[in-house]
Every structure is written in C-alpha cells, then in structure tokens.
Ligand binder design. Structure first.
Ligand code: PHE
Length: 351
C-alpha cells in the first residue's frame, strides 16, 4: 500500500471515530473534549499529519485536500451537535421551571392584633378625636403615685382592697392607671404649663386576684380632664359620647353614687344591658344594667398633691376595664380566652 493510501485510511478511521464521539457526546463539556481530542493542537488529526513528511511532494496536496474536507466535515458535525445539545439543555430547563398556573395560590398567613390591643386602640382613638392626648406611666410604681397622691393614705382600707403585688424594696405593680393622673399633672406643671389638660392613658395593671372574671394582669384606660369650670356635665357628656361610639349605638347610661378616695363625688357608670336591651337577663342579673366603669370629680386633695390650684381648677376622671368592655362588645363569655392564646379565638377576633 502506498504511503498516501495508508494515510487516507487513517484519516477515514479518524473520521469514523470522531463522528461516533460527536454523536455520543451527552453534553457541551463532553463535546468540547471531543473537539480538542480530534482537532486540537495535540489531537489525533495533528498526529496523522506528522506522516505527511513521508509523502512525495506531488501527493501532498492530495492529502491536504482530504484533510481540509475532513476538518470541514468534523466542524460541521460539531456545530450541529452543539446546537442540538443547546436546544436539549434549554428544553430541560423549561421543563424543570414549569409552573402549573392552575394551582391555587398560596396566601401568606396574615397576623392580626390581639383583641385586647384592638380594644385599647379603639378606645384610645375615640378620645384622641376629641382632642385628648395620650400619656403613659410605668407599670412598676411607688406608693406615692399609686396611693398617697390619690388620697389613699397608708391606713386607708381601700389600700388593702387593692390586692397589691409588692416588691421587697417597697415598689409595687400599679393596681390601676390612676397614678398616670399624678404623673401627667406633675409633668404639665414641671414643663411650665397650666390646665386645661385632657389625657387618655391606656395601660396594664396588676392585682393579686385570679378567677373566672379576674386576671392578675389586666388593662385599663384612664381618662381625665382638668380646667376652669369643668363639671359633672362634662363628665357625663364625654361618657355618653364615648360609650355611644364604642358600642356603635345609642345606649342608655346611668351614674350611680359610689365611692373612690380620689374622686368626690364618685359614680359608677352603668349602660343599658347590651344583651337584653334592658329587659333583664342572666348577664345583667335581671337588672337591665351593666356596670362598665368608675368615675367622679377629681378630689381637691389630689389636685393639691400635684400643686394644682383646687380653688381655680376642677376636673373629672374615669377609669375603665378594657377586658370587660371588649367582652361586652363582642359577647365573649370567658375572660380567660384573652390569655390562653388559642389561635382559633385569636383568628376569629382578628380584623
Ligand atoms: N382607678 C379606679 C379603679 O381602678 C377607677 C377610677 C378611675 C375611678 C378614675 C374614678 C376615677 O377601680
């Protein structure tokens, strides 16, 4: 066999191997390896061309042509296979990213404010719209703000009735929001201001008491206004407005004489029973009335304790229990529902 024929056979063999390898390349990386193995500087084709030196000059162009044709063939096959592999990869990617647009959407779980926080916000908002300002005080109080300044001296029986949690150092957990009256009025004067002042003070309070209708921690909103000529008429007007707004209807209200050391005169405030509209039911114990809050005209001793001129200024105050109002508004039968954090209850109450 001539040298030329032998080289041509090698080329033919190389062609077959290369075409098989190209067809068998499963991905682009593999295809690139095939390209280098056959056509690269140290590839099989280069290897075959080393034999060209042994050809006589006349035969060389003949082999050159063959080599060029083979290169062309292989490059074309490589390009085609590359195109195929790219399409395959694209198809696989689209398949993998396929989205079933008919699936129902996934809704993010939505949180909601706790019903008591909603109640606090709702109540506070009504007074803000009347021009009251929000004030807050500490939950850890001292005896002066919680008792003495509110006209509850050390030996006063009301002090024992408060079921106070004391700390060893004499501080205590406030038993009501009324100490915010003292703090807000002192702050007013300390800032160089004078009445009139109108404050709404929402917050947590504590009493050592736990049963079906009492929790050791509960919430109150304290409301008070001090100025010249403030009378019980203002108290009653604001109460009527508040209760109508809060319950969303025109409920009858009634002020019943009562006693608090820090107000004089004092009154318990009742609303017509929201369950029987005054006809008498189990909840109102057949009376037709529900007690909702304590109120009165701020005692002159209290004004004096904060250095407000009691001859010139007067004021009213009231304090309401948030749990009770929220329960009445939404017909919640058991106080403990607020504190057990059963999500079924919380979800139902979430707005
Ligand atoms: N602080 C009283 C209580 O907790 C409520 C109250 C506030 C009464 C203001 C009169 C005036 O029971």
């Amino acid at each position: 066999m001539t040298e030329l024929a032998s080289l041509r056979t090698q080329l033919e063999q190389l062609r077959n191997e290369a075409m098989d390898a190209i067809a068998g390349a499963g991905d682009l990386a593999r295809l690139q390896q095939v390209r280098v193995a056959f056509l690269g500087r140290k590839g099989s084709l280069t290897e075959v061309l080393k034999g060209v030196g042994r050809l006589d000059p006349a035969a060389r162009p003949l082999l050159g042509k063959d080599v060029n044709r083979l290169k062309e063939t292989l490059n074309k096959a490589l390009a085609e296979r590359e195109q195929e592999l790219r399409l395959e990869a694209e198809r696989a990617r689209i398949e993998a990213e396929r989205v079933d647009v008919t699936l129902p959407g996934r809704c993010p779980a939505r949180g909601a404010l706790h019903p008591l926080q909603q109640g606090l916000d709702e109540i506070t908002e009504i007074f803000l719209r009347l021009g009251f300002r929000v004030a807050e005080g500490p939950e850890i109080e001292d005896e002066f703000h919680n008792f003495d300044a509110l006209n509850i001296p050390p030996e006063h029986p009301a002090r024992a009735m408060h079921d106070t949690f004391f700390f060893p150092d004499g501080h205590l957990l406030r038993t009501h929001t009324s100490p915010v009256q003292i703090r807000a009025m002192r702050r007013l004067l300390a800032d160089g201001n004078e009445p009139p002042v109108a404050i709404v003070a929402p917050g947590r309070v504590y009493r050592c008491d736990y049963d079906m209708t009492h929790s050791p921690m509960f919430h109150q909103v304290e409301v008070f206004q001090v100025g010249e000529g403030i009378s019980m008429a203002h108290l009653k007007g604001v109460l009527k407005h508040f209760l109508t707004r809060y319950f969303g209807r025109d409920l009858p209200i009634r002020l019943r004489p009562s006693y608090f050391p820090f107000t004089e005169p004092s009154a318990e405030v009742d609303i017509g029973c929201v369950f029987c509209d005054g006809a008498g039911c189990r909840v109102c114990k057949q009376s037709g009335w529900l007690e909702v809050l304590g109120s009165g005209m701020i005692h002159p001793h209290v004004l004096r304790a904060v250095d407000i001129d009691a001859a010139r200024y007067s004021g009213y105050a009231f304090g309401l229990g948030v749990e009770r109002l929220v329960m009445l508004k939404h017909g919640i039968p058991d106080l403990r529902l607020f504190f057990e954090n059963d999500v079924r209850f919380l979800r139902r109450m979430g707005s």
